[in-house]
Write a protein that binds this ligand. Structure first.
Ligand SMILES: NC(=O)c1ccc[n+]([C@@H]2O[C@H](COP(=O)([O-])OP(=O)(O)OC[C@H]3O[C@@H](n4cnc5c(N)ncnc54)[C@H](O)[C@@H]3O)[C@@H](O)[C@H]2O)c1
Length: 260
């Protein structure tokens, strides 16, 4: 692996993205962190990772529901590193409600952050990857890119779309040394799930910790949440030369959720 390869991890101020940025920095990649946090907060996260890993890191704030801010994020990578070798489309949000009651503005926001932003970031990154003859696109999809759950219409539509987009890019760019894969996590230990745990706890009259177990067991026999670092390690593996032939895959890391 070349020490100078660079990674952009969207939504890396928290959860899976943060763990992935940390892992890639540990492996020696230069990493652009990104999130909604202001520049001071984000830069502090990037600086901590740089100190812990001895890798070069930067931070860019951008709201990925807005096209011009996706453009600005990509430009900031070009400015800092000269380009992006590894693009991890990770930023994502969740909202749950029955389809008939789903607020249209929530639908639009989820589709724009979870799917459309990944298209735009990939569209911007692919030409330089193609010129370089090497690239990695890793889309953090979800088990909900493979199967559905009630009350998650926008999320499931976006994640199924992201898996489809991944396959198209893999077909288009296999001859160019570029791989495109989706990682499909199940319940993972991040703040994204808090709203669902709180809702379950209220509905069933149980504690937050009991709600976690209740929700986990409603979908999978695996007895705990997936650690975000495990997803970072899988992403790092997909960046390795050993994984050059893995492309167009949607890889579950889900405690057998989708084995049903
Ligand atoms: N936690 C899980 O159980 C789980 C399971 C499967 C898939 N995922 C996916 O993993 C990805 C990361 O989720 P997480 O659980 O780490 O969540 P998280 O809430 O911890 O982190 C989400 C990140 O996305 C960023 N973000 C949110 N809205 C944004 C916007 N409009 N513009 C730019 N950035 C924005 C946040 O700043 C943050 O960095 C998401 O795509 C999510 O769908 C999570």
């Amino acid at each position: 692996m070349s020490k100078t390869r660079t990674a952009l991890v969207t939504g890396s101020s928290s959860g899976i993205g943060l763990a992935t940025a940390q892992t890639l920095a540990q492996k020696g990649y230069r990493v652009m962190l990104h999130g909604l946090e202001d520049v001071e907060q984000g830069a502090a996260i990037a600086q901590r990772i740089a100190q812990e890993t001895d890798s070069e890191t930067h931070y860019c704030q951008a709201d990925l529901s807005r096209l011009e801010q996706v453009d600005r994020l990509y430009s900031s990578c070009v400015e800092a590193f000269g380009g992006v070798d590894i693009l991890v489309n990770n930023a994502g949000i969740q909202y749950t409600a029955p389809t008939a009651e789903f607020p249209p503005e929530k639908w639009d926001l989820i589709l724009s952050v979870n799917l459309t932003a990944a298209f735009h970031a990939s569209r911007l990154a692919l030409p330089a990857m193609k010129n370089a003859g090497w690239g990695r696109i890793i889309n953090i999809a979800s088990v909900h890119g493979l199967v559905a759950s009630a009350n998650k219409s926008a999320y499931c539509a976006a994640k199924h779309g992201l898996v489809g987009l991944t396959k198209v890019m893999a077909l288009e760019h296999a001859p160019d040394g570029i791989t495109a894969n989706a990682i499909c996590p199940g319940w993972t230990d991040t703040p994204l799930l808090n709203q669902q745990f709180e809702h379950y706890a209220g509905e069933h009259g149980v504690s937050f910790e009991e709600a976690k177990l209740g929700l986990i067991h409603s979908k999978t026999p695996y007895p705990s949440l997936i650690p975000p670092a495990a997803i970072g390690e899988l992403a790092a593996y997909l960046c390795s030369d050993a994984a050059a032939g893995i492309t167009g895959a949607a890889l579950p890391i889900d405690g057998a959720w989708t084995a049903h």
